[in-house]
Design a protein around this ligand. Structure first.
Ligand code: ATP
Ligand code: MG
Length: 583
């Protein structure tokens, strides 16, 4: 099929190649995890540029995170060469930032407007409402209101929103939501701008389309009407951002909005061993949104069962994870090696970066990080929260902005200088905790800072837009410790999902009624987590957590028992257990 074969599409299987080679017009790719959706669209762009003569500058690829954008840009460079740098690879928010900067005069924005972080939003709201407590309460409400549609019907909310926006603008600020809200407003109300954008971006792809919200959907619709060259890719069963306003309904109605779009299904899973695929399919089955799902494991060589482990409590669970990780890494001997990469699995060995520990809520990371660190295992912890929400990050950025006239050092040096200045100022009270916080913030932003050379403003802008997970460094020699949401789109040879308990995963508030729609989203989150694993997957739960007795997650009992292995805690070897008992 396809376009005659050969060329850049050789790295794809026949179904993927056919999808990547579809000539013009809209296209829908709907397929399960690990089937090569992201790979296929990346090749599709490369093919368009190299073999179809599409100018790279006319291509816009929208990804879900900055991290995914970086990865796609890098792949494209590998496939296409230097011309790939002309492709715009962005998130909806970073594309919105580009649009606002390009057309700021039409929006009445000042030359160097900034994106307000949560703290500044709060102070603006406090000014509008005259009291800080209600400011906090209003923040989420306003965001929901503004994202839910441009014309709301609740008069009180509308009034506060108006006051808030006016105050924000008078300070030369936009907020995170504005990047989309203003973009949609501009594109829908200024036909000239819309036409310019449509001329500029004639070839558009959107990955993870199952998680768009209404405004993103409208933004895409203006950019790419029914006959445009627009490819959307996704998997309804991986829709996990409903809590933030995303609506899988937009994905499901693509066929109606774009009636000429061919629909391509990809059915081969290249990521995971066969028991992992079977286990994940059985877990999603009770509430799947995809009828007739086909997901055939290509990697039939990899046949580890899905490990399940019951621990007494949170600490014992973390200890199980640490010990199992140590064992996979090759036991005590790995401590002697700098890289942590030893011959463990008969497949060239497992390194720290091959392991991920996933959990439902950020608070669960503490026990895991403490235990891994205690065992000398390096970690990178990231959530899906905005970067600026992390303690210390905003102060770093502010310090950098105040000191921005000082010299032209590589951004990373200035970040360190800023951190020192903040820590010095903090004085002796709470010094230790303070400096730990600031240096954790430095660790998180460092990968970004290195990328920005001397461009401090660019760095600060990026921090304002980024999520913590965007700075996850795939090359860092460390175990990834992530929220399930942050793990979207990623893959690891070894995955642990901890806290598989009712009330935790699925998460609900004690005593509150469980909403079936939320429960279904929790199940999809579990499915996303399971399908991150390539070789080995471990699902763990604790009988007691946070002073409460717990039951195993209902999702665990849906996993086909035929692919499960019950795992006991591995025993510690002599010298290390001696070490333990001495502590
Ligand atoms: P998700 O739903 O989790 O986003 P996906 O469908 O986007 O998954 P990819 O991440 O593109 O899947 O691919 C999963 C893995 O399979 C990657 O490591 C990718 O390189 C590999 N892969 C995909 N297609 C092929 C292929 N034809 N040949 C070899 N490897 C492939
Ligand atoms: Mg993908």
């Amino acid at each position: 099929g396809g376009d005659g074969g050969g060329g850049v599409l050789e790295g794809l299987d026949p179904d993927q190649r056919a999808a990547a080679g579809v000539a013009e017009g809209p296209l829908l790719i709907v397929a399960g995890p690990g089937t090569g959706k992201t790979r296929t669209v990346t090749y599709r762009i490369a093919h368009a540029v190299l073999e179809r003569g599409v100018p790279a500058g006319e291509c816009l690829a929208i990804t879900f995170t900055r991290r995914a954008a970086d990865e796609m840009a890098e792949r494209l460079r590998g496939l296409v060469g230097a011309e790939a740098d002309d492709v715009t690879v962005a998130t909806f928010h970073s594309w919105g930032m580009w649009l606002l900067r390009s057309y700021r005069s039409r929006l009445g924005l000042p030359g160097e407007f900034e994106v307000a972080d949560a703290a500044r939003q709060e102070s603006v709201l406090t000014e509008v409402l005259g009291d800080q407590r209600s400011a906090r309460r209003w923040q989420a409400e306003l965001s929901r209101f503004r994202r839910g549609g441009l014309a709301g019907d609740d008069a009180e909310v509308a009034e506060v929103a108006q006051g808030y926006v006016t105050a924000l603008r008078s300070r030369g600020l936009v907020d995170y939501d504005d990047l989309i809200v203003l973009s949609v407003w501009l594109l829908e109300n200024d036909p000239e701008v819309a036409a310019e954008c449509r001329r500029r971006f004639r070839w558009i792809t959107v990955d993870e389309y199952q998680d768009v919200d209404e405004l993103q959907y409208r933004l895409l619709w203006v950019l790419a009407p029914a006959d445009a060259n627009v490819t959307v890719i996704g998997d309804p069963d991986q829709a996990i951002y409903g809590f933030r306003g995303a609506d899988v309904g937009f994905f499901l109605r693509f066929e109606r909005d774009y009636p000429t779009a061919p629909v391509v299904h990809l059915g081969r899973n290249y990521r995971s061993g066969r028991n992992i695929v079977a286990g994940a399919l059985s877990a999603i089955a009770p509430e799947t949104l995809v009828t007739d799902r086909v997901l055939v494991p290509e990697r039939s060589d990899s046949a580890h069962r899905v490990g399940m482990h019951e621990a007494a409590d949170e600490r014992a669970e973390a200890a199980y994870v640490a010990r199992t990780a140590e064992q996979l890494l090759g036991g005590a001997s790995f401590h002697a090696m700098d890289s942590g990469r030893v011959d463990g699995d008969g497949h060239g060995g497992i390194g720290f970066s091959d392991i991920a520990v996933l959990y439902r809520t950020d608070a669960q990371s503490r026990a895991v990080v403490n235990e891994l660190s205690r065992c000398g295992l390096p970690v990178q912890k990231r959530s899906h929260d905005p970067l600026v929400a992390r303690a210390g990050v905003q102060e770093l950025v502010q310090e950098l902005t105040y000191a921005s006239s000082a010299g032209s050092a590589a951004v990373i040096d200035r970040v360190h200088t800023a951190a020192e200045a903040i820590v010095e100022r903090s004085g002796s009270g709470g010094y230790e905790q303070r400096s730990a916080e600031i240096y954790r913030a430095v660790e998180v932003v460092s990968p970004l800072a290195r990328r920005f050379g001397t461009d401090v403003q660019g760095f600060c802008r990026e921090v304002a837009l980024g999520a913590e997970v965007d700075t996850l460094d795939p090359r860092a020699d460390a175990i990834s410790v992530l929220t399930l949401h942050a793990a979207k789109g990623l893959e690891f040879p070894v995955v642990f999902i901890v806290g598989c308990e009712d009330g935790v995963l699925p998460l609900w508030w004690p005593g509150s009624e469980v909403d079936p729609a939320e429960l279904a989203e929790e199940r999809r989150l579990f499915f996303v987590g399971m399908t991150r694993a390539q070789e080995r997957l471990y699902l763990t739960w604790a009988r007691r957590r946070n002073q409460r007795d717990r039951k195993a997650s209902r999702f665990l009992s849906d996993v086909d028992p035929g692919v499960v292995a019950r795992e006991e805690a591995p025993r510690r070897r002599g010298p290390r257990s001696t070490q333990l008992s001495l502590m």
